[in-house]
Design a binder for this molecule. Sequence first.
Ligand SMILES: [Zn+2]
Ligand SMILES: [Zn+2]
Length: 374
Amino acid sequence: MRSYDFNWGPGSFIIFYHLLLAIILPLYLVYYTPSWSLIAVTIVLFFATGMSITGGYHRLYAHKAYKINRMAETIVLFFATMAGQGSALRWAFEHRLHHAHVDTELDPYSIKKGFWYAHILWIFKKPQAINPKVIPDLLKNSFLTFQDRHFPLLMTITNLAIFVLVGWALNDYTGAFVFAVWVRLFALHHSTWFINSLAHTLGDKPFSQEISAVDNYLLSLVTFGEGYHNYHHTFANDYRNGIRWFHFDPTKWLIWTLNKLGLANSLKRIDPITIKKRMVIERKDLLLNRLRDAWEAQKAEFEPLVNELSEKIVAKFGTFAELKEKYRQFTEECCSQDILHNLQLEIKALQHSLQQDIRTWRGLSRQIMRLKTT
Ligand SMILES: [Zn+2]
Ligand SMILES: [Zn+2]
């Protein structure tokens, strides 16, 4: 890398603090034992700064997955600034490029350039200037333009403030310096960077096989729920990344809670039928690809079954959505209880036959994935 290509500000800061931490953390652990309250405060700050990135920079600004009240936005921006990941404008600009051009030369942290490039090395490369056409909506937000203009100063002030506050409250300035500032920053940086590296490397692709993004449950545990990355790249405007209630996605739970408190609104969700349809279509492609390497007899047996069943399920999903919409209209507009009751019965019967088809589909899918191919 030529010297003038080096991103001097963020690049030297990251190298500097990694070296600093490599020296002060072992020294601290030799001479002191961190108190439980120091560890607890560091974890709380890790979550506050982390979720202001995932819930704020990512889902609110980059993807406009919901709207937020100005007071809550100030708090989000305070912690997001402390997270030391650049301004919201730059972050969202680069992230929108990542989604629009994933895995290509125009993806700022493309995994195709290697794991470590996607994880950290991309930050050392001088970034391109922000193109206003990519973030015209965000440029209208005065909070964000102010934060962008004064980012290095604001980042220093927020971190200094938390250092003094934690040091004073726990009467432990050394511990606050090492843990509440640098260890927390280190853990959060790598947690965010894992989304660009690991979430494009190890996991499943139930929604889009043609892109590198993967769903990885374990990763969601250390990324505030951002491990469901294949879903996220497929349906980027959904405020959730983990769509099932049991999926570990604390960012989704935070946004949901803000909504219940009246601090966030217009939460975007992809409807379950669209999601399920997409999964069947993707699975069909995967199974047909798998059968391409199978013996002729296996192909002749399974290919028609895959095509027929997947088409049948997709068609039934379409009818199901139509019936639901009809039911919604009928309840609003008219109609006699008899008509509504009959419609309800029709929906239930269709739901039942869809469940049976999906069970058969799963069985067929397992059978094909277990086939011994050529
Ligand atoms: Zn990604
Ligand atoms: Zn995204």
